[in-house]
Design a protein around this ligand. Structure first.
Ligand SMILES: [Zn+2]
Length: 390
């Protein structure tokens, strides 16, 4: 009889213990302190907290994701020192099982996060040091070290099998009712389609690459459809091909672009405007366009895609150098709508100016088109070799 009681007692104890162990942590206290330029945020809890964090630019934010957890005090009530880089704090359910805390910042930071075990009067502490960082805002992503371990939350992008071929989408600019540049008795839309077909022929020799064109004939394709096409094909690489014009016939040379809200120079901005005009030329109705989704995960993916886009652009630029004369020997930025994919690394190649007599001669000749195509294909293969398949 005693034995049974003892067993029962152990069982009850185990149950109570289990409930305590598996209950979600509670953040009981939050402190914010200032030490010189650095701001320290301390979350004190009744159990160790699992978390991971990252910082995001424009606007600058520090983001920390927890598993299930609750806050005893409201974050909006926490006192923030006057000169702090910290502007405000908020938290909430991000998705089932994930509580997200966002710290709004006055500028970029170099965060340090560490955990301290409970001792004496103090509970478990998660310490976030936010040191102002000089220079441009960039995204940094890290797991909280030591006590904390958690799954890194990754945006869901293409669950592709490892050995699947690399998917490349080549986008011949313009088409149909939108001729693009018309100069020196030639149409941009025809020239870029030919170059794109040669690029496809070149890349298709490689069995590990699958190539699609956004248009195979002289047809109008809205810019958004080109982006969607690449996403639907689960493209790894998107390269848009153009040969725009300038009022000044002396303007010459090719240039390579990645997406940015700011343009590298006035000519970059002008070229983007010209390339974006296609939709307006074709009378596309913009009223149905969904507003931009300002989601933190989208921001993060966008950042990652942007880095890859720059590497892709650089590879293409290096191969084109010497094949065509370049307007500028660096990757340029401009607001090309067709580069607005959040998930597909994208670059736009202005092969050179159709309005320049010497450039036009190359662009109109089959040999010139083939040379340009070979260089672009080579650049794409370099990117795959150096940055995708290690
Ligand atoms: Zn164009």
């Amino acid at each position: 009889m005693l034995k049974i009681f003892r067993k029962l007692f152990v069982l009850i104890c185990f149950c109570i213990f289990s409930v305590q162990v598996f209950a979600a942590p509670v953040v009981e206290k939050i402190r914010v302190g200032q030490n010189g330029a650095a701001t320290r945020v301390v979350l004190e809890s009744n159990q160790p907290i699992k978390s991971n964090f990252f910082v995001l630019p424009s606007p600058d934010r520090f983001v920390m994701d927890f598993g299930t957890l609750s806050f005893k005090t409201s974050l909006s009530g926490v006192k923030i020192p006057e000169k702090s880089i910290l502007k405000g704090m908020r938290q909430g359910l991000f998705k089932p099982g994930v509580i997200r805390m966002v710290l709004d910042l006055n500028g970029p930071v170099e965060p340090t996060v560490f955990a301290i075990p409970a001792n004496g009067e103090f509970g478990f502490r998660l310490v976030i040091d936010l040191k102002p960082r000089k220079g441009k805002s960039v995204s940094i992503k890290r797991k909280t070290p030591s006590l904390a371990t958690a799954r890194t939350i990754q945006p869901k992008v293409k669950p592709k099998p490892k050995e699947a071929p690399v998917v490349v989408v080549i986008d011949p600019g313009h088409g149909g009712v939108d001729p693009g540049a018309v100069a020196n008795k030639a149409y941009e839309k025809h020239i870029v389609l030919k170059i794109s077909k040669y690029i496809k022929a070149n890349l298709s020799k490689n069995k590990n690459i699958k190539v699609y064109l956004t248009r195979e004939k002289d047809i109008f394709v809205p810019l958004a459809d080109r982006v969607n096409f690449a996403q639907r094909k689960q493209a790894d690489i998107f390269v848009s091909i153009h040969a725009d014009a300038h009022d000044d016939h002396r303007a010459k040379g090719g240039s390579i672009y990645v997406l940015s809200e700011k343009s590298s120079d006035r000519e970059a901005a002008r070229l983007a405007k010209a390339a974006n005009k296609g939709d307006i030329m074709a009378g596309v109705d913009f009223s149905a366009e969904a507003p931009a989704v300002r989601n933190i995960l989208v921001d993060l993916t966008r950042r990652q895609t942007k880095n890859k886009s720059s590497l892709l652009a650089r590879s293409v630029l290096d191969e084109l150098d010497g094949v065509v004369r370049l307007r500028r020997k660096e990757v340029l930025f401009a607001g090309f709508k067709v580069l607005k994919s959040h998930v597909v690394p994208s670059t736009l190649v202005e092969t050179s100016y159709l309005s320049n007599p010497r450039d036009a001669r190359v662009l109109k000749s089959t040999s010139g088109q083939k040379k340009i195509a070979a260089a672009v294909a080579e650049g794409i293969e370099d990117y795959i070799k150096n940055h995708m398949r290690k």
